[in-house]
Design a protein around this ligand. Structure first.
Ligand code: SF4
Ligand code: SF4
Length: 307
């Protein structure tokens, strides 16, 4: 059996900040939680969450002969604050090259290196992929706990981390360490959430969450939803900004994670961009997930309320 230490070493060589391994099996403990969340309608219009729940809970249905799930973390906590174009704010992770691209590339490279060192291995890489409950896999790999804000929190890195998985058909020793929940009596994230979207510890009602409203919701925002945005036009970092684990977390060098397109940029420029200009400047960033039209509409709504 391959040791966790060997896999962790490969992850480190490739620039990941943390890595752990868990056994590929059905996430029995998540089934009830997931079904309850969906039955309460907390997923909003993300109807894809209602589909393929079996695949989401069981990686053995995603990849044949799967044995192990390798989870990796890449911190993007470079110390930069969320972009605040006052009154418009953009979540930290969105102000650089879309992480899906470089995380996937690194994961595929990791699979190649594993093959070079250990022989024939089949697997698939996932990054922020709907069929995979990535935070739970990271917890099982000993990489942290799920905070009351529902984010994975790593003791050293905090929650500003990208999570990825390699699901492979080889036996790898599991990470022996399992991190306990260290939120304790803190509830800063629940108190700070501007919309009351954290309905109970670790449970988010997406319909009230600014991240969902600005990124995931495809339909036009209602008047009430538009009022909830608190100046955010893509994502929201409030429940992470207030987390003491982020305040004390290790800052990383953001080299290799792309650059921000927001340097020397003003709200007025942002508000007056044409679609062509928007794509030229932000075409390689997560902002494209929402797209020009949606962001332009949100900016207009914000400016209208400011006036
Ligand atoms: S992302 Fe923002 S709106 Fe969503 S739960 Fe966190 S603080 Fe609340
Ligand atoms: S702010 Fe406090 S309660 Fe919320 S995730 Fe961080 S430590 Fe946990």
């Amino acid at each position: 059996m391959i040791s966790t230490a060997e896999v962790k070493q490969i992850a480190k060589e490739l620039g990941f900040h943390a890595c752990g391994v868990s056994r590929a099996e059905r996430l029995e403990n998540q089934a009830e939680r997931l079904f309850e969340w969906i039955s309460k309608g907390y997923h909003g219009t993300m109807s894809y969450m209602e589909r393929n729940t079996d695949l989401r809970l069981d990686p053995t249905m995603l990849v044949s002969d799967v044995k192990s799930v390798i989870s990796v973390l890449l911190s993007y906590n470079t110390g930069e604050l969320p972009v605040n174009l006052n009154p418009l704010k953009i979540a930290r992770y969105a102000c650089r090259t879309d992480y899906h691209t470089f995380m996937k590339q690194r994961l595929w490279r990791m699979l190649e290196v594993i093959r070079e060192r250990f022989g024939s291995v089949s697997g698939r890489a996932f990054v922020d992929s709907a069929p995979v409950l990535e935070r739970e896999w990271a917890v099982r790999a000993g990489l942290g706990w799920i905070g009351k804000n529902s984010m994975l929190i790593n003791r050293a890195l905090g929650s500003y981390v990208f999570i990825g998985e390699l699901i492979v058909d080889i036996e790898i020793e599991q990470t022996p360490h399992y991190e306990s929940n260290r939120c304790g009596t803190c509830s800063r994230c629940m108190e700070a959430c501007p919309t009351g979207a954290i309905v109970s510890p670790g449970v988010i009602d997406a319909r009230r969450c600014i991240s969902y409203l600005t990124i995931e919701k495809k339909e036009p925002l209602t008047t009430n939803e538009a009022k909830m945005l608190s100046g955010w036009c893509f994502g929201c970092d409030v429940c992470q900004e207030v987390c003491p684990w982020n305040a004390r977390s290790t800052r990383v060098d953001g080299a290799g994670q792309g650059t921000s397109g927001f340097h020397d940029f003003s709200t007025t420029q942002f508000a007056n961009m044409t679609e062509v200009e928007f794509t030229a400047r932000f075409g390689n960033t997560p902002l494209m997930r929402a797209g020009y039209e949606r962001i332009a509409k949100i900016i207009k709504l914000s400016k209208k309320r400011e006036a």
